[in-house]
Design a protein around this ligand. Structure first.
Ligand SMILES: [Zn+2]
Length: 326
C-alpha cells in the first residue's frame, strides 16, 4: 500500500512512458530485481553481478557502476562528477533527471534492457555503442512525442476518482486485513463514463496477506467485468506490489501468490482490452469502503447491483452519485 506519497509523485509527473516510470520507482525503492535483491530473498545463491562477476549487483552497480554500464554513460556524455560519486540512488537519479530528463531516462531504460538481454540472451550481447544508439533514438522519439502532446496531469495523479472515457468501464478494487486475524476482506466496483454504478461485489477470504487479498480483488473485479460482457476495461488498484506483480512477468518477491498473479496476467490477455492502472489510495474510496465493509460483515461473497444504502458519503467523495441520488 502507498506510504511514501511525497517520494514518488515527481516520478509520475515526468513526461516519459509508464514503463520507465515504473523502472525508476523500482530503483528508488531498491526493488529492482538485481542479484542483490534476489539474493536477499533467497532466489539466487550469489549477489555478484552476472555481467562483470566483480561486485554485488546493487541497483547503482547494475545501472551505473558496472564496467558494462559505465561506457554507455560516457558515450551519452553525461557529466560524471555528481553522477558517479553519489552513493545514493535518489541523488543520482534526481540529478540525472535534472540534467536531461529524456536522455537520462532513456539511457536508464536501455541499460536495464541491455543487462537483461546479456543474461537471458548471452549469445547476442549488445555493444555499448548499440545501447547508446537505442537510448538516443528513444530520447528523440519521446521528445517528438512530447512536443505533439499537450502537457496534461497524468490520470494517476488525480486525487478524486474520475470516470473512464467513452465505452470503457472502470474497475476499482481493494482489500483489507484484520490486524489480529488473517481474514481478508475485498471489494470491487465497476463504473462507467457517466459515473454510474454498474456492479460491485465484496467478500472475505480465509487466512491471507494484504497482498493476496489485493491480488484476489483485482482478479475478481476483472472477472466480474468480463462476466458482465464489458470488453474495454481499466482496472485501478492502489497497491503497488499487486500492480507490479500483475504487470511484470518476473516476480521473485511473491512466490506464494504466483497462482493469482498468473490468473491476473492470463485474464488481462483474454480477448478484450484490459489494462491496469496504479492510483492513490484517496482515489479508491469506494473500493476501500467495500473491502472494510466485507471484513465487518464477514460475508463470503455478495454482488451488488447498486451501492449499499450507507455508502452515500463515500460515493459523494469519489464523484459517483448519479445512481443513488434518484
Ligand atoms: Zn557488474
Amino acid at each position: 500500500m502507498w506510504q511514501e506519497y511525497e517520494n514518488w509523485l515527481w516520478i509520475w509527473k515526468l513526461r516519459i512512458p509508464e514503463k520507465i516510470k515504473t523502472l525508476i520507482w523500482l530503483c528508488l525503492h531498491e526493488a529492482l530485481p538485481t542479484n542483490v535483491f534476489r539474493f536477499n530473498r533467497g532466489v539466487v545463491s550469489s549477489m555478484l553481478c552476472s555481467r562483470c562477476n566483480l561486485y554485488p549487483e546493487t541497483v547503482l552497480h547494475c545501472l551505473r557502476d558496472c564496467p558494462m554500464a559505465r561506457p554507455i554513460w560516457d558515450y551519452m556524455q553525461f557529466p560524471t562528477s555528481d553522477m558517479v560519486h553519489s552513493a545514493d540512488i535518489k541523488t543520482w537519479i534526481s540529478s540525472g533527471v535534472h540534467l536531461d530528463e529524456l536522455v537520462f531516462c532513456a539511457t536508464l531504460w536501455w541499460i536495464w534492457r541491455d543487462r537483461n538481454n546479456s543474461i537471458f540472451n548471452p549469445d547476442e550481447k549488445w555493444s555499448p555503442l548499440k545501447v547508446k544508439a537505442l537510448s538516443l533514438s528513444l530520447a528523440k522519439e519521446l521528445n517528438l512525442f512530447n512536443h505533439m502532446q499537450p502537457a496534461t496531469v497524468p490520470m494517476s495523479l488525480l486525487v478524486d476518482w474520475s470516470p473512464p472515457n467513452g465505452s470503457i468501464v472502470k474497475i476499482n478494487c481493494d482489500a483489507s486485513v484484520h490486524k489480529e486475524g488473517h481474514v481478508a476482506g475485498f471489494g470491487c466496483v465497476i463504473r462507467n463514463s457517466t459515473k454510474c454504478w454498474i456492479k460491485g461485489c465484496f467478500g472475505t477470504l480465509p487466512t491471507c496477506s494484504v497482498l493476496r487479498g489485493e491480488l484476489f480483488a483485482i482478479w475478481r473485479g476483472l472477472f466480474l467485468a468480463w462476466e458482465c460482457g464489458y470488453r474495454d476495461v481499466c482496472c485501478e488498484t492502489d497497491c503497488l506490489d499487486a500492480f507490479l506483480a500483475a504487470q511484470l512477468h518476473f516476480n521473485p518477491n511473491h512466490a506464494a501468490d504466483t497462482d493469482l498473479i498468473v490468473k491476473i496476467q492470463d485474464i488481462l490477455l483474454w480477448n478484450w482490452n484490459a489494462k491496469m492502472v496504479l492510483i492513490q489510495r484517496t482515489t479508491n474510496k469506494t473500493a476501500v469502503y467495500l473491502a472494510k465493509y466485507a471484513l465487518e460483515s464477514s460475508m463470503k461473497y455478495v454482488e451488488l447491483l447498486e451501492p449499499l444504502s450507507n455508502m452515500r458519503s463515500v460515493l459523494w467523495d469519489s464523484h459517483c452519485s448519479s445512481s443513488i441520488e434518484s
